[in-house]
Write a protein that binds this ligand. Sequence first.
Ligand code: PXL
Length: 274
Amino acid sequence: MTAKVLTVAGSDVSGGAGLEADLKMFDEYGAFGTAAVTCIVTFDPNDGFAHVLEFIEPEVVTRQLESTMAVHEFTAIKSGMLGSVDSALVLAEKLKTNDLPYVFDPVLVCKGAGTMVDLKDLFVENLVPLATVITPNLEEAATLAGIDPIDSVEGMVEAAKIIHGQGAKNVVVKGGARLAGDDAIDILFDGETVTTLRSRKVNNKLVNGAGCSFASSIAAGIATGLDIKDAVVSAKEKVAHGIANCLDNATGVASLYHPAARVSPSPEVSVTVD
Ligand code: PXL
């Protein structure tokens, strides 16, 4: 049976992040993907490409979720930028009506668009406990865990343990390029074991879409039969190749190239797991 994956996310019209990233990553796994849109992100070319966010009315988000879930039997669900409190609550209610694997990318910060910290308590109360896998970056992990800014692998592990204690079954903290050093490091905590994933930083460019694509790859991996750890390793490989092959654009933040692992794999990329 072909896996079907739903993303509940914002649209990034620049194409690197958001539901555009998610659908492209689902394709890489041969999963059938569809999207419920929560927010539309545009950029103002006359104001340094500042992000402009337009939230979709919660009734419309609800209608999208109700219709797509009536049309399809999904194999997994992923969420990204939810934007409004109401949309997050609608999603939580829908998730409680099934026990599908749920990959929760707790987007609180979007490069250039500021922070949605007011979502923190809502996330911890309503969505973290439903997550099969949660994928915070360093800022999101520190915010959710209520700890100081994270600048080390030890800090990532500390946050992962706290977030696991809040009810997420598996926690992936994305250190990525933000952590100082030559390696891009991410960790997975499943409640017992900490797995550390490393790859060499392949360039110094700022890349849009790595976080979204990491989470959507994990969702598609799980939906197509990988266990959680293998799905996380596969996702890191796909994202590392996508960064190595990123596409420059006018904003100064390059776009991740989603099919890179398949169409133009970089000899520089290798992921170690321990
Ligand atoms: O990477 C966070 C993110 C999530 N969702 C959308 C975005 C961004 C950042 O650009 O545009 C739609």
